[in-house]
Design a protein around this ligand. Structure first.
Ligand code: PMP
Length: 280
């Protein structure tokens, strides 16, 4: 069944969803995005995603394309029209279409598009086996706190990871892991979860935020600090989080086995409690 997509106020068959070749998202990556998971036909962490969207738009001085109520209604309508039980809704806002100038055009209206993708999020087989990651240099710009569509470095990084037999690249800057190409990075040592503190160097993950809340309810301590690849090699467990992977165990980093090559107890518990909440 062809999907129904959303383009600037209209619900259309996917083959009819089109934007201008002058769109600044296309010409300059002048836009921001959000990816919201859907489980049992319900949006997961929608509020935090929209808070982050608001911040990204403000940082780039792009106007809201519609009201917040309209945006929520659009997400719900997309779930309904696509009969989406489990998967993601991708939405993107750009500064819109105008004659090509680097500075902001005087008259451009933001572009808003959205589409759905069916995905196996809850019973993702990778979560049972755990995944491999490799470290790669972080070649991104200095404002990684903005969820911009300028994703060439993550595209190259993820491809490099795949070509090395891994599913994620952990990026390294000044000797420390920043984050994954499309996820936040964590290690576990002596029962404590360690993850980098928030700054302009990483994206404030919505799944990270949910994890902090759930871990504290569960009495699992999280320490926010930088860590190196060497420290990660010696960790008891490692994992990543993102809206589409939830809490994903890592069993190998740069070819070195973590926790005997099996998902460990802390990550399994954290995934379990995340899924419990997401399914509600
Ligand atoms: N860091 C980066 C660079 C990402 O692209 C993502 C995924 N959007 C994340 C972290 C995780 O964020 P979230 O949990 O909101 O998906």
């Amino acid at each position: 069944m062809a999907r129904t997509v959303f383009v600037n106020g209209e619900y259309l068959p996917e083959s009819e969803g089109k934007i201008s070749i002058f769109d600044r998202g296309f010409l300059f990556a002048d836009g921001v995005y959000e990816v919201t998971a859907v489980v049992n036909g319900k949006l997961v962490d929608y509020g935090p995603h929209m808070e982050r969207l608001e911040r990204s738009l403000k940082e780039l001085r792009i106007d809201w394309p519609c009201t917040k109520d309209e945006l929520l209604a659009m997400h719900l309508e997309m779930v309904k029209r696509n009969d989406l039980k489990e998967g993601i809704i991708y939405m993107q806002v750009t500064r819109g279409a105008a004659d090509r100038t680097f500075n902001f055009p005087k008259e451009s209206k933001p572009t808003l598009i959205a589409f759905t993708q069916v995905m196996n999020l809850v019973n993702n087989p990778n979560a049972t086996t755990g995944v491999r990651v490799v470290t790669i240099p972080d070649i991104r710009w200095a404002r990684r706190d903005i969820k911009s569509v300028m994703l060439l470095a993550p595209v190259l990084g993820k491809q490099e990871a795949y070509e090395k037999g891994a599913t994620e690249g952990w990026m390294v800057e000044d000797g420390f892991i920043t984050e994954g190409t499309s996820s936040n990075a964590y290690i576990v040592k002596d029962g404590k979860v360690i993850t980098r503190e928030l700054s302009n160097s990483i994206l404030a993950g919505c799944t990270r935020r949910a994890l902090f809340r759930l871990a504290s309810e569960e009495g699992i301590e999280i320490v926010e600090r930088k860590f190196t690849a060497e420290e990660a090699y010696a960790a008891d467990e490692a994992f990543l989080t993102s809206a589409s992977q939830f809490v994903m165990p890592i069993i190998e980093i740069d070819g070195k086995r973590i926790g005997g090559g099996q998902p460990g107890p802390v990550v399994r518990k954290l995934r379990e409690i995340f899924l419990e909440e997401a399914g509600k």
